[in-house]
Design a protein. Structure first.
Length: 235
């Protein structure tokens, strides 16, 4: 009996390609073993049926950006929740999910402390540059549930005139969405800023949710699920 070998080695022998080309086919989801797609080039095979998809092509795997609905208070430095199982069921980006999409993801645009909502993970240096290096120019939108009574000029102060960390804050766009809910749209948000300005005008924050970063909205993304940023969409 033959010894099990790496799938990449067996595929390279089958289709007369290099080992690296075989790895790219596998990592891109073009190879099945006994009818099931396998994404690991090191997967060991013996007598199983191995098939290369008829439409298979060798191309570099695109760098992806993932939009994730983070639960409030769940501080996440890495991305352990992002996997095949909690991808949005009717995700419509057209991107084929691959295991390599879950590696080398960087977190951008930290949420306000205690907040939930839209979080971004990316492999794309262009997205990192936009959301990290140019953070002061990217608007973020939060919905904030509050308790307390706002004074006569409180809303005007929230829009402009308050300080944080001994510095005057730039203008924001703050408006009431209901009797207890405020909408904040602000650029260069600093950690703790929203809770501080609310407290400055007599309000206490009950909950916060980020619903937009730049031009990208969270939309109807359930908590602790994710979807891809579609090709062509920009922050």
């Amino acid at each position: 009996m033959s010894e099990p070998v790496r799938l990449a080695k067996r595929l390279a022998e089958m289709v007369s390609c290099s080992r690296r080309e075989a790895e790219l086919y596998i990592e891109s989801g073009w190879v099945s073993v006994d009818g099931k797609v396998v994404l690991e080039p090191q997967f060991r095979v013996d007598q199983q049926e191995i098939k290369l998809h008829a439409d298979a092509k060798i191309a570099p795997i695109e760098l992806v950006t993932i939009l994730y609905h983070q639960a409030a208070g769940n501080v996440v430095e890495a991305n352990p929740q992002i996997n095949f199982e909690n991808r949005l069921a009717d995700e419509s980006s057209g991107i084929r999910p691959l295991k390599r999409h879950f590696s080398n993801l960087k977190t951008t645009s930290p949420l306000q402390p205690g907040a939930g909502g839209l979080q971004v993970y990316t492999q794309d240096w262009r997205v990192l540059r936009k959301l990290v290096d140019d953070a002061a120019t990217v608007e973020q939108e939060y919905v904030v549930e509050v308790d307390g009574k706002l004074g006569a000029h409180g809303l005007k102060q929230l829009n402009h005139g308050l300080s944080f960390n001994a510095r005057l804050l730039p203008p924001a766009k703050v408006s009431w969405q209901s009797e207890t809910r405020l909408r904040f749209a602000l650029k260069g948000a600093q950690p703790g800023q929203i809770a501080h300005v609310c407290q400055s005008v007599g309000l206490s924050v009950r909950s916060m949710k980020r619903i937009r970063i730049g031009k990208v909205a969270m939309a109807k993304l359930p908590e602790e699920q994710w979807r891809y940023l579609p090709p062509g969409d920009r922050f």
